[in-house]
Write a protein that binds this ligand. Structure first.
Ligand SMILES: [Fe+2]
Ligand SMILES: [Fe+2]
Length: 247
């Protein structure tokens, strides 16, 4: 079994949006491919309005990545206009799960069609519980909406309405890492031993103040999670954490 796993965490791509940048797209694709990740995780908002032609564009975007495994979750923009139907046709499920080396990533749909607000829902809790309760490796959960407020994003909104209950579930399951997107501002919180990493927007100029577009590269072993944030414009890298995992 592979001992160290590299995960590229890309979010809020918004292909076809007026803020989408081909130059940033090229940078992200090249830099991710250079990192040779074992898994690409996309935490939603691949499209802008959930339309079929946008999903086709999103597929062309994803096809450029030289990765064996990919895990994609729905964003609020992808769920618009019944886009969740097309999402399921392309990606198979709104609750994907991938195991690679010592790591298991479970994806969660936190969207409510045609609303920007998030909601996970108790039925989904059972799916996540079944996926993770007996898993002894590094547990990762990926969803679109932020579970904890992100600074520098203005008035707080769209946090899943059941985020307190959901965070408790993840804490009870001893989840090590939560990957989110949505706010287009990268951030990191540590809560009850869980690392919560919010990705910025990877490929758009839909940015808050001076926040640059970015994505994350994570190196995970049974003992450690190291995360780097990569500026999609300058390709500058910054280590944002190196966390020891309790046995
Ligand atoms: Fe977004
Ligand atoms: Fe979003």
């Amino acid at each position: 079994m592979k001992e160290k796993v590299v995960i590229a965490h890309v979010s809020d791509v918004h292909v076809t949006s007026q803020y989408f940048s081909r130059e940033l797209e090229k940078n992200v694709v090249n830099e991710v491919n250079r990192a040779k990740p074992d898994l690409l995780v996309v935490t939603g908002d691949l499209t802008n309005e959930g339309y079929l032609h946008e999903y086709r564009e999103a597929q062309s975007f994803l096809d450029q990545f030289k990765v064996e495994r990919m895990l994609v979750v729905l964003g609020n923009h992808d769920s618009r206009n019944a886009g969740y139907i097309i999402f399921e046709e392309i990606f198979g499920t709104r609750y994907p799960s991938v195991e690679v080396g010592p790591v298991k990533v479970v994806g969660v749909d936190s969207t409510e069609p045609d609303l920007d607000d998030g909601h996970v829902g108790r039925l989904a809790y059972r799916i996540i519980e079944n996926e993770l309760k007996d898993f002894s490796g590094v547990k990762v959960v990926a969803l679109h909406h932020h579970l904890v407020p992100v600074p520098g994003t203005g008035r707080e909104r769209n946090i899943p309405s059941d985020s307190g209950d959901f965070l408790k579930l993840l804490s009870d399951l001893n989840v090590h890492l939560i990957l989110c997107g949505h706010k287009h501002v990268p951030w990191l919180w540590r809560l009850n031993g869980m690392l919560i990493i919010n990705a910025g927007t990877a490929t758009t100029l839909r940015l808050k103040a001076h926040t640059p577009p970015s994505f994350n590269l994570l190196t995970i072993s049974r003992r450690q999670i190291v995360a780097e944030r990569v500026n999609s414009e300058t390709l500058e890298r910054q280590q944002i954490c190196s966390v020891h995992i309790e046995a």
